[in-house]
Structures are given as C-alpha cells and as structure tokens.
Ligand binder design. Structure first.
Ligand code: SF4
Length: 236
C-alpha cells in the first residue's frame, strides 16, 4: 500500500480509460431564465441562452456576464478547460486568485496536485474537462453566496447539458453541497453515488484541502480508484 505522503507523486499507473473524441450532439436551443439576483449593483433578472452554438458559444456569452456582484471584483470569467468531448468532468467550487488572473480553473498548487491526481489514474487535462460551480472569484476566496450560486447556475446547467459527461466528480465540500443541494458534510457524501440531471456523481476531496491535510490523500486515492472503476463499467 502506498504511503499517503507519496500518493499522487508516484501513484501506481492504471490504464487510462478511452476518451471519446466524437463531438456530442448539440442540444436544441433553449431559453433559460436566471433567478432574480439580489444585487444593488446589477439588476438583471433574466437572460436568454441558446445552446445551439455549442460550448464555445456559451463560453463567449458567459465571458461578459454581470448577473451577480462578483462581476465587480473579478479579473475575468473562468469558464472551464479541457476536452469538451470528455466523459469525465471534475468540478470545484470557484476560481481562486491564480485562476482569476489566468482565466483557467485549477492552476497554482492545487491545480498541480489535481494534475498529479489525474496522472495517478492514467489521465491528463486533455482527456477530462475541469470547471467550477461558479465562474467568478469570490473576494478573499470566501465561499460563494447563495444568490451568486443561483445566478451562475444559468451557465452551470447549460455547460453540463452540452458536455453530457458519463461521470461527474465533485471536488470538495462546497462543490458537493452546491451541486447536490444538501447541507450534508463531505464525509457523508463520499463513498456512494449521487445523481445530477441523470448523470452519476462522485464526491471526493478538493486538492487544496489535500495540500492542507496530506494524511487524507490515501482516502482520496481510494475515491479515485472507485471513480475510474465505475467509469469503466459505464463505458463498457
Ligand atoms: S459568478 Fe457567474 S453569474 Fe456571477 S457574474 Fe460571474 S459568470 Fe455571471
């Protein structure tokens, strides 16, 4: 058995799942109404979003979003990165300082650990898609507020509808509680499968937490092994 400290630095190689390369079928155009946002700065209660243009079109629209007050403090919208045809999508809570500056989710030390976690299961960023529940950095990396989550759900829902992954992996308590709409602690959400819009959902630790609590890496490794095992079953 690996020691927790060495985990992800030299994790055992397991064969990488095949990654679909075909474009997924575009969904029909839909009109989505955003929830009313309690913001003294921005008063937008609805916006029309069409998924007919695909993920890049949705990203371009999100880039100018001002549906919540985080637009006032962000540097840029951090939409997502990776393979838009990926069958596994990893979701964190929100961009941090490095992500806000670079415009890409999971950069910096936590991002480097996520890369090692992916490598440990035989993957890299070109084979998965990585995103957050909300697209703009909350000041001082605080947890996102409910009105911010509700506003950004406009983009989140459409993004996942276009990606249509076979498996979703939620990274950390905030992402898990947000997507699964629960107050349950992370410990009770790990270890069994959930569902989001018909897609199977797995929960594990956020890489930033693992940096603070490296003794949890062994549990994280077990989570990833179960994630890949289920993914292989689904892929057949
Ligand atoms: S966090 Fe989401 S809803 Fe708020 S401004 Fe950014 S993209 Fe728009």
């Amino acid at each position: 058995m690996q020691t927790p400290v060495s985990l992800f630095a030299s994790g055992p190689a397991i064969s990488a799942p095949e990654v679909a390369v075909e474009e997924k079928t575009a969904l029909p155009a839909t009109e989505v109404h955003a929830p009313a946002v309690d913001s003294s700065v921005i008063e937008i209660s609805s916006v029309e979003v069409s998924t007919s243009g695909g993920l890049s079109s949705l990203e371009a629209k999100a880039a100018t979003c001002r549906l919540c007050s985080l637009a006032e403090t962000r540097t840029q919208v951090v939409f997502g990165t990776g393979n838009p045809s990926a069958d596994i999508v990893f979701i964190g809570e929100a961009p941090g300082r490095d992500e806000d500056l670079k415009g890409e989710p999971f950069v910096g030390r936590a991002g480097q650990l996520l890369d090692r976690m992916l490598s440990a299961i035989g993957m890299d960023r070109n084979q998965v898609y990585i995103m957050n529940t909300i697209k703009c950095r909350p000041p001082n990396n605080r947890d996102p507020k409910i009105d911010e989550v509700q506003a950004c759900n406009l983009w989140f829902e459409q993004q996942l509808a276009l990606l249509q992954p076979k498996v979703i992996c939620l990274l950390g308590r905030v992402a898990a509680q947000t997507v699964l709409e629960t107050d349950a602690p992370l410990g009770s959400l790990r270890g069994h499968w959930h569902n989001y819009q018909g897609m199977p959902v797995w929960v594990t630790y956020h890489p930033a937490y693992l940096l603070r609590s490296p003794t949890q890496k062994q549990k994280s490794w077990q989570d990833l092994q179960q994630l890949v095992s289920r993914y292989r079953e689904i892929k057949g």
